[in-house]
Design a protein around this ligand. Structure first.
Ligand code: XMP
Length: 522
């Protein structure tokens, strides 16, 4: 007998009043949870082979069964434990989720031969339940099998040309199914249908707001840390910053933040962290100025992976030394996000060990992790950051790699070359922000190659470095496209860099998407 996978322990205490998404492997499971959260109702994903008892124990107000890539007729297709239908809360099956409900309750699912994909005309047969007066004339479909007979006691409330049962409802069972996808924007009435389920059927209250979340996390952190002390490695990025502020709100000065400044940050970035945490929020902050140490280790190193390794190791050594100096600290704060949790599968958060958020933390530190962002998506972290008063620059900072400018300087990393890149990057950032494009770009930055070229400035021949402008759009950094920056903006950036940065006589633009290029140059 196989045992069901564990449910993320961070869910305990978070789910009452929320709606859980039972995941049958759909690409849209996350999207369903996000849409529900956008309605200010807590939502999280649980695996389809979790036991109904363990899900019921979380006290959700309702359950959504997600779609999935499988045919219910395929060997090994994930099946529905009928126990999920008897938890006593309303259930909404979406796509595959509706098909498994139909199958479990004696309806009929058939391979109809043809599928339905994309925008599809929907014919509403009954407006007594979920459809009410919604303008439901088209919906977005993505399926091959179809429910051809609803289970006994279910009313068929909508059809499409390829789905004789495109929606079915049983008010007495409080069980509902839709073949289409209400969670995608291409189903125009989709969010309203979800709202009907959340607020009319599940009786949820729209209380899951940033301030509610902060209160809830503060209480949890206090319960976890008790009268202990904690530390947090700040990177300058939004995740570690928000995690630190939540913990600081919970336990005050018993949190110490350690900011390892490896000298590879952008202009003024270290000062911004110092200003925000050390001064504005008054968080005990150890600012380790370790630039010399890192630069000495990097001397003469040109191979990108070797740079990464050296910086990672040095980071760990530096952090360990600070941790030791802090004495008996049992808790380590990390900005792990919900997307990290989903990607790595559920794991027991109380089981120690760190992982590599901030360029790598010690593998073997005997500490317990405090991860207050484990239930949040990135954009939700930003909302919480804004609510906590984190400066806009930090809340909306574009991703920045742990090894910093070292992997944007091709070849030798020297103080002189760092200064050149820092100045050029500063100009570029300033102009991108001024043009109002900063938030639209996944990343925008300058790269310093290891070649020089001839130029003429005034009456003098120059032999100096070029600067590469790299700006990309992306959703998740897995793929990216080069950003079509306006020519006027490029002209301003180029002129300013050449006029203001000593040692640069040429500016070029990187027109490579990912693949084939990576976003960073090293
Ligand atoms: P690439 O260059 O692989 O980058 O397309 C994808 C995303 O990852 C970031 N990146 C890193 N982040 N340590 C980090 O913390 C690293 O060594 C590293 N290398 C790349 C990069 O900025 C982009 O967002």
């Amino acid at each position: 007998m196989t045992t069901a996978p564990p449910i993320d322990p961070a869910l305990e205490g978070a789910a009452p009043g929320g709606v859980l998404v039972v995941d049958f492997g759909a690409q849209y499971s996350q999207l369903i949870a996000r849409r529900i959260r956008e309605c200010r109702v807590f939502s999280a994903i649980v695996p389809h082979d979790a036991s109904p008892e363990s899900v019921a124990a979380l006290n959700p107000a309702g359950i959504v069964l997600s779609g999935g890539p499988a045919s219910v007729w395929a060997d090994g297709a994930p099946s529905l434990d009928p126990g999920f239908l008897d938890i006593g809360v309303p259930v909404l099956g979406i796509c595959y989720g509706m098909q498994v409900v139909a199958q479990a309750l004696g309806g009929e699912v058939a391979k109809t031969g043809a599928g339905e994909f994309g925008k599809t005309a929907l014919s509403v047969e009954s407006r007594e339940g979920m459809f009410g007066d919604l303008p439901a004339s088209t919906a977005w479909m993505s399926h091959r099998d179809a429910v051809v007979r609803a289970p006994e006691g279910f009313r068929v409330s909508a059809r499409t040309p390829g789905s004789p049962v495109a929606a079915m409802e049983s008010r007495s069972r409080r069980t509902y199914g839709v073949q289409f996808h209400p969670e995608v924007v291409h189903t125009p009435f989709g969010t309203d249908l979800l709202k009907w389920f959340l607020f009319e059927e599940c009786d949820c209250a729209p209380t899951w707001t940033a301030s509610h979340l902060i209160e809830e996390q503060v209480a949890r952190i206090r319960a976890q840390v008790g009268d202990g002390t904690a530390m947090c490695a700040l990177s300058g990025g939004v995740d570690s910053a928000v995690a630190a502020l939540l913990v600081h709100r919970a336990i005050g000065d018993r949190l110490t933040c350690v900011f390892v400044d490896h000298g590879l940050l952008r202009l003024n970035e270290a000062e911004q962290v110092e200003q925000a945490f050390g001064h504005h929020f008054n968080v005990p902050l150890v600012h380790v100025r370790a630039a010399d140490r890192f630069l000495a280790k990097l001397e003469g190193v040109t191979e990108p992976e070797r740079k990464r390794k050296i910086i990672g190791e040095e980071f760990i050594r530096t952090f360990e030394a600070e941790a030791e100096a802090l004495g008996d600290t049992k808790f380590l704060v990390q900005g792990t996000l919900y997307s990290d949790v989903i990607e790595s599968g559920s794991r027991d958060a109380s089981k120690i060990k760190s992982h590599h958020n901030v360029g790598g933390l010690p593998e073997d530190m005997a500490v317990e992790l405090v991860e207050p962002l484990r239930q949040l998506f990135k954009d939700e972290v930003r909302v919480v950051g804004e609510e906590l008063g984190l400066p806009e620059r930090m809340v909306w900072r574009q991703p920045f790699p742990g090894p910093g400018l070292a992997i944007r300087i091709i070849g030798d990393v020297t103080q002189e070359r760092l200064d050149i890149l820092r100045q050029a990057d500063f100009v570029l950032q300033e102009e991108i922000r001024r043009a109002g494009l900063y938030r639209d770009l996944w990343q925008s930055f300058a790269v310093l190659p290891a070649v020089r070229s001839v130029g003429v400035q005034g009456d003098e021949r120059t032999y100096a470095y070029p600067i590469v402008i790299r700006a990309v759009t992306s959703d998740d950094a897995m793929t990216a496209d080069w950003a079509r920056l306006p020519h006027d903006l490029l002209e301003t950036i180029s002129n300013r860099i050449i006029n203001e940065v000593d040692g640069v006589n040429r500016v070029v633009l990187d027109l490579t998407s990912k693949p084939p290029g990576t976003i960073e140059w090293e």
